[in-house]
Design a protein around this ligand. Sequence first.
Ligand SMILES: [Zn+2]
Length: 309
Amino acid sequence: MQMTTAKMMRLFNDETITERVKLEDFWTVALGTRPLSLLSLPADFPDSQRLKEAVEQGFITRYYDGYSQGGLAGWLQRIQYWLRRRRQPPIAYQTSLFHDAFEEVILEHEQYLGLLRWQVEFGLASVQQAVQPGVEEMLVYRDESVLAKIVDLIRARALIREREQSDDDTKASANPFAPPEHADPQYVEGIGDLLGYPSCCIEAFTDEVRRGQESGLRSAKQINETDRVASDAFFASHFYPCTPDCPKAKGKGRTILDRLATFDGRLARRMERIYRSNIQLIKQYPRVVERRRNESMQHGLKVVEHESL
Ligand SMILES: [Zn+2]
């Protein structure tokens, strides 16, 4: 599928998709600078907060009332949920209600349909899957050969999560907040490689998970303690280069900018702005972690944060 400046500018002016998704998720893959990108829905919609609340509301309506519509349709749905509730364990039942609410709110929404339409325009395709109640991940790829690898990784992750649920005492990760698959080096290497992360940075991440450390915190500390921060190294959100001027990560970020500049210099400059905002996101990460810990202490719950690796 041909990439043209005119087509890129048309998408660039479409406000139903965030600038980050256009540049970081669609074009890096369409240009062949990385095989895969990963969106989190509804977080990656321009209207994310409202859509998140609508999904939660859809869940609450179903959970307490058993239906979301009035009249005969509502009555039938109520019976359907009642039967489902009798058949399924409580967590599976709640997850299924979240899934229904997600489908109702998101799948017909213009911001979602826009994502699919523009993928087709740029010769991209995607696989979608639920990662936590109310949150789905969209894996965007260009080359057919990537699909088989994605399917393998999704299977591997499902097995890791199953194992973790059935065997609670032998967690490989010392960090209770990390998703269980982060403790599996083979999984992390597989997905990290597809996302275009350099091997040195993936290795730093797996080492840190093994030691129960958070790469985001390490990266924030590195950024604060040195002047040698190369913004090109921060070419993807939720990616933590092994050092803030890692030559391989920097090279990847530069390649992306050079490719965009061949279409229009303005696109490359907007992408540089995204790189700088990725650095800001990492700087805020210690506060996010602190809030997460406080919340989990208050609720006495284990909260698994969604991260894009
Ligand atoms: Zn590195």
